[in-house]
Write a protein that binds this ligand. Structure first.
Ligand SMILES: [Zn+2]
Length: 236
């Protein structure tokens, strides 16, 4: 492929975002995957299936179109590609998708419970509880499982803004998240894992703990996100 490699900067970012999951302790063996999208080209760069992270190279990242057809790459894409594609088609503002089985977020997914917004750490990233999907029906599992996982996420997001909730727990499975880019999506996965752990420990200390007020939640969320954000440095 050499210098003719398609979307090399995006491939490099996707590789680095996948390695970020390893650096942050979110994945074991070949678990987990991050992708990124080039909207102008309508092409997605995603981790290959079953390749150990320590051996993964830029050329191993698989480029597909939005229908999942491999455009460039000799390896098979992650089996979760179809879920990523459903999210890219439905949420036009996102530029990266992540999926892990990170322990604490997955524990909440297995419990079938949304993660309550117990404090401002959570509210800095999510405008309320991290949602959980309904369990998948037998027909969804026996059919196009990965695509139907994406559809279950979309059903849960009816009335929810993916800019206000950048992750979801798939019931009995684990978290999917997203962001403006592949690296932002990986960041979401890291933050979600920490929030999941903090929420479980909050309930361990006080099983009657309740979410913070909407006023405090919104102050924290809106000062970092949205049109009136005033946290950090202005870009550009
Ligand atoms: Zn999974």
């Amino acid at each position: 492929m050499g210098s003719s490699m398609l979307l090399k900067p995006l491939r490099e970012e996707v590789l680095d975002a996948n390695l970020d999951l390893v650096r942050r302790g979110l994945v074991m063996y070949t678990f987990g995957n991050v992708s990124g999208i080039a909207r102008a080209e309508g092409l997605v760069a995603i981790k290959p299936s079953g390749v150990p992270y320590e051996k993964m190279a830029v050329a191993d990242i698989v480029i597909t179109d939005l229908d999942g057809r491999v455009v460039e790459g000799t390896l098979r894409p992650s089996v979760d590609l179809a879920t990523h594609l459903v999210l890219y088609r439905a949420f036009p503002a996102i530029g990266g998708v992540v999926h892990t089985h990170s322990r604490h977020a997955t524990v909440w997914a297995q419990a079938g419970r949304e993660i309550p917004c117990f404090g401002t750490t959570h509210a800095d990233y999510f405008r309320g509880a991290v949602p959980v999907t309904a369990p998948l029906a037998a027909a969804d599992i026996e059919g196009d499982y990965e695509r139907n996982t994406g559809e279950a996420i979309l059903r849960r997001f009816a009335g929810l803004d993916p800019a206000e909730f950048s992750a979801v727990l798939v019931h009995g499975h684990g978290p999917f998240g997203w962001g403006r880019s592949a690296s932002a999506a990986a960041h979401t996965a890291v933050i979600l894992e920490e929030l999941a752990r903090m929420a479980a420990e909050t309930l361990a200390i006080n099983p009657a703990a309740t979410p913070i007020s909407e006023a405090q939640r919104d102050l924290h969320f809106l000062r970092k996100h949205g049109p009136n954000a005033r946290y950090g440095q202005k870009l550009g």
